[in-house]
Design a protein around this ligand. Sequence first.
Ligand SMILES: *Cc1c(COP(=O)(O)O)cnc(C)c1O
Length: 232
Amino acid sequence: MINLQDNIKWVREAIAQAALSAGRSPGDITLVAVTKGVSTEMIREGIGNDLDVFGENRVQEAECKIGELGHKGIQWHMIGHLQTNKVKRVVEMFDFIQSVDSMHLAVEIDKRAAAVRKRMPVLLEVNLAKEVTKSGFSREELFEELDSFHLLSNLWVRGLMMVPPWSDEPEDSRRYFKDLTALKEEIEGQGCKGIDMDFLSMGMSNDFEVAIQEGANIVRIGTAIFGARSYV
Ligand SMILES: *Cc1c(COP(=O)(O)O)cnc(C)c1O
């Protein structure tokens, strides 16, 4: 049995420590509780323990949970690879899409958001390690496309997201986190129309402290809160 209350307390404290040690304010860091594979009941218990932002990666699974739990006082972030045919539902259901990994997807989100008169906040997912198994913009692609985003007026680019190559050693992620922070600053320096760079989403259960030290202000944490689950 996991103790949700203790886990949340531990994670919040570790986030605060990491922020303070980096000279930052704990209040600037958003904890996204990743609830893929987690039951609606458990999420409800999480809400009772002050979790308020949830991350899901599968549309169908999320649909049931969002249907039951709604949006009152809580936010839902899409964090998984998204197929074009599901964009309509995602734009209607979610508050934020963190996983915009191609221009093709960005264009589709813009179109669907326009149809429901929404300006959809998104993060651009970056694949800095050029892992073939992972989606995301390469650095080169991103710079090619930066000037195009302002044409998508129903898409609101708020920052960058990354999943570094998997490793059980948190320090292995540090250089990728540093690179993403540098990339964000470079993009900011260009001052592109229609692009805000106020969020940097990086860091998961095993490496969120390193991510915060390197500039993350959104961390996405599943296992450390809900225990190990088997993801399909
Ligand atoms: C599952 C997942 C997480 C959470 O991972 P944990 O190791 O369980 O904390 C974070 N981000 C993405 C994109 C995920 O798919």
